[in-house]
Design a protein around this ligand. Structure first.
Ligand code: FAD
Ligand code: NAD
Length: 477
């Protein structure tokens, strides 16, 4: 017998579960179908983000950074640790606990909001019918929201073998610290997971195909990041094209080519982190006639509507940055639009964060993008070295840069590298969401002593008015 719902969501990652909860809040009958299983084989909610992405990676980043703080920075503050060491099993157990509490939390939220959780694999058929694998009853929905997320891209030159050549999920579960770790791709995952294992003692080599490091970030930030990461011992090799990887005797021999010719690296683990692709495999039948774009994402308009009536798609499955918060906002938008509201997502102010140390964050346009678009702008930069709180923390690397339109003073971009930038970027995002000018940030009072004051000072620096910076005063245009 077919079960009927107002909305069926396929996928319970951050995009799907948010859409399901918001739709239920708005009074709709909602089912959410998801096929994720924990390592123990139990159905769990939360998708990539909670089970194999944002959350477990941040647990390991936090713990490994605590270890570095104690080991390398404790003595200067009079903290003495005798025989400081770590227990990798306990570290993993803490990560597992965080993940399982959060995934169970989503189940509680589903229950509280009356969302029906269907454990299995869903497939979209014509006319908003959904088949559930494994002989479960099919579903019919007035509206369908596709939120099946993404999976790691694999390389022919380094195929995953689940043991030595692995994806990011397996790299969050290593049972021992590799002596020598190779990472293909110096993008967000490569840098975050490379940092975790470097802090725990691995020699880490990152092979990045592009000549430019972090091309999506502001160039000044990328330069500072490369300097800091190199000093931490991350061996980042740019312009490196992997030709072949061979596993033998518990090691992986990676052959690659760069400007200097053909080179080789022997590592005992190789993480392939060269991007993710939308998870459309088996998501719909041909007869459903769902349109994909040229890159394989489900084609949607600005409101996440697909080419099919009352079928929407959100999150990593569709264009735009593959970020949990972007998917969550799309989930809210779609649920609210189905309920008749005119909600939209402001794609101009999606914050990005790389949770390394120092942290990297940005929102809006980079300086190079403004230059190439011929936009007249003014820049204000403030270094953490001149921020009292950063000094007290012993975390003075990095800076904040505010870019404002030279004519209107509207903030066009904010770029951060330094301590807690993942948190500070929220203030910049809030300001930009309300169309703030640099002057608006200048006129805002920031608590002292906080790291956020560096944002205030960077805005002041746009007008040559930073208090804790020796710089010539600039006239307003
Ligand atoms: P997903 O989270 O991928 O969820 C999709 C769900 O749908 C999964 O449970 C999947 O099993 C299920 N599914 C797929 N097909 C079907 C089907 N046919 N039927 C039923 N269920 C199906 N982003 C950030 O913003 N911040 C971070 O710090 C961050 N860190 C990350 C770290 C790592 C190591 C990785 C890999 C990713 C990270 N991301 C981060 C990216 C983030 O995880 C994704 O952007 C986010 O999870 C996408 O959410 P989603 O809901 O679109 O898809
Ligand atoms: P990415 O796009 O950030 O980085 C992939 C890197 O691999 C790029 O620098 C690319 O040039 C390089 N590359 C591609 N092919 C290569 C090849 N053949 N050889 C060598 N290098 C190659 O992708 P990712 O790091 O895999 O992360 C996937 C997605 O997950 C990203 O879109 C990211 O937004 C998301 N994510 C976000 C966070 C966060 O928000 N902090 C953390 C992890 C992942």
């Amino acid at each position: 017998m077919t079960e009927r719902y107002d909305i069926v969501v396929i996928g319970a990652g951050p995009a799907g579960y948010t859409a399901a909860i918001r739709a239920a809040q708005l009074g709709m009958q909602v089912a959410c179908v998801d096929d994720w299983r924990s390592a123990a084989g139990d159905p769990v909610l939360g998708g990539t983000c909670l089970n194999a992405g944002c959350i477990p990676s941040k647990a390991l980043l936090e713990t490994s950074e605590l270890f570095i703080l104690a080991r390398d920075h404790g003595a200067a503050r009079g903290l003495k640790f005798k025989d400081l060491s770590f227990d990798l099993d306990a570290m993993m157990a803490q990560k597992h606990k965080v993940v399982s509490e959060l995934t169970r939390g989503i189940a509680t939220l589903f229950k509280a909001h009356g969302v029906t959780w269907i454990q299995g694999r869903g497939k979209l058929l014509p006319k908003n019918n959904i088949e559930i694998a494994g002989g479960q009853p099919p579903l019919e929905a007035e509206h369908v929201i596709l939120a099946s997320g993404s999976t790691p891209v694999s390389l022919k030159s380094a195929p995953f073998d689940g043991a030595r050549i692995v994806d990011s999920q397996a790299a969050l579960e290593f049972k021992e610290v590799p002596h020598r770790l190779g990472v293909i791709g110096a993008g967000v995952i490569g840098l975050e997971l490379g940092s975790v294992w470097r802090r725990l003692g691995a020699a880490v080599v990152l092979l990045e195909a592009q000549e430019t490091f972090l091309p999506m970030a502001d160039e000044q930030v990328a330069r500072e990041a490369l300097k800091q990461f190199t000093a931490q011992g991350l061996d980042i090799r740019l312009g490196a094209r992997v030709l072949e990887s061979q596993t033998e005797n518990g090691t992986v021999a990676v052959r690659y080519q760069d400007k200097s010719g053909e080179r080789a690296e022997i590592v005992d683990r190789l993480i392939v982190a060269v991007g993710r692709r939308p998870n459309t495999d088996g998501l719909f039948t041909e007869a459903a006639r769902l349109l994909l774009d040229e890159w394989g994402f489900v084609h949607v308009d600005e409101y996440c509507h697909t080419n099919l009536p009352e079928v929407y798609a959100i999150g990593d499955l569709v264009r735009g940055p593959m970020l949990a918060h972007k998917g969550m906002e799309e989930g809210v938008m779609v649920a609210e639009r189905i309920a008749g509201r005119e909600t939209a997502v402001n794609y101009d102010v999606v914050p990005s964060v790389i949770y390394t140390q120092p942290e990297i964050a940005w929102v809006g346009k980079t300086e190079q993008a403004l230059k190439s678009a011929g936009v007249a702008y003014r820049a204000g930069v403030f270094p953490f070295a001149a921020n009292g709180r950063a000094k007290a923390m012993g975390a003075t690397a990095g800076f904040i840069k505010v870019l404002a339109d030279a004519n209107t003073d509207r903030v066009l971009g904010v770029h951060l590298i330094g301590p807690s930038c993942s948190e500070i970027v929220a203030a910049a995002t809030l300001a930009m969401s309300f169309g703030a000018s640099a002057e608006d940030i200048m006129a805002t009072m920031f608590a002292h002593p906080t790291l956020s004051e560096a944002l205030h000072e960077a805005a002041l620096a746009v007008d040559g008015r930073a208090i804790h910076l020796a710089q010539p005063r600039r006239a307003k245009p």
